[in-house]
Design a protein around this ligand. Sequence first.
Ligand SMILES: [Zn+2]
Length: 346
Amino acid sequence: MTLPPGFLRTAPLNRETTWSLICRIAGRYGLEAAALRSCWKWRSHQPRHDGGGGRADAEVLLNTAGRQLLAGLCGVEEGVLARALPSWGREDARLPAGDGGEPVAAWRTGGAVAGPVAFGCRLCTAGRTGTAGRAVLYAPRWKRVCVRHGRWLLDADADQPHEYVDVRRLPEVVAAQRRWAGVARRAVRAGAEPERMFALAHAVVARWWEQALHWEREKVWPRRLHRVAGGDAGGDLEWWRIVGRDAVIFPEVVAVADALLDPGMGKLVWVDSGRAASSAMLLAHLQQPPSPASEATTADEPVPTPASVPPLRRRTSWRRRNASRERWSHLGRSTGRTGRTSWTPR
Ligand SMILES: [Zn+2]
């Protein structure tokens, strides 16, 4: 495509949200995204958080004329956009069908269109596009580590300002990202769905995480949590426990997923709907259990199903941070055994 003089080409990133691309196009011209929005006729209101701020995981669906307009604005062929943007060509009842007519757009949230969305690594984005700025991408929860820059990329649907947590001081998290690729391949060879395995392993470990506050001998997770917090989560422990959880537990999630591929363990978990396999047995398969199994679980406890662990990120907004901190302080005092929680900085 030959662009008119003065037009700048803006290539899409792989699995980028269409709204993220529109924002980056505007940024190339030094404009606010709102200035480009007037190019389309909108059939709904922009998704916002309760506090009024625009959601970073907002997504845009376009009719045929709307897609042609966007292709012209970024100077990229529609076929390239169709391969890069998961929401490209998705239909919406609010959009007029067929060719012709005026460019029309409808808002959605990314999670409702093509799965979880996360912030892109700004350093990688700058390297690929030559311009600094935010990008929002569709990314499964087992693919959140930027191995090159040591960043765990956060979900984009939460009402909080951070795009990533720094895991450069946690080489085990980066190593787990590499290990997951092998686990996923083994899963496929074994006839299991990597997505389902990851979800089950995540549910198991997330439950340990909820219990671990009361494990006095637990040292691995508190150490990691304080490191992602820059050395000491301190008074923001509750907030960091929510925002940092998935990064901190990732090595154990991958290890449990790997353990689930053990023929005996897999049989227990999958054939018996997960009821026969206890967390204690899973712990026994881990090379580095996060805490003594006897404190972690009871032997007959059923493995939680993935649905039993709600997405933690929605529980606390940035604005409710102080209230949550007070609740967590109370929990910390109530452990009772030593009068202090093992999660205090050391
Ligand atoms: Zn990066």
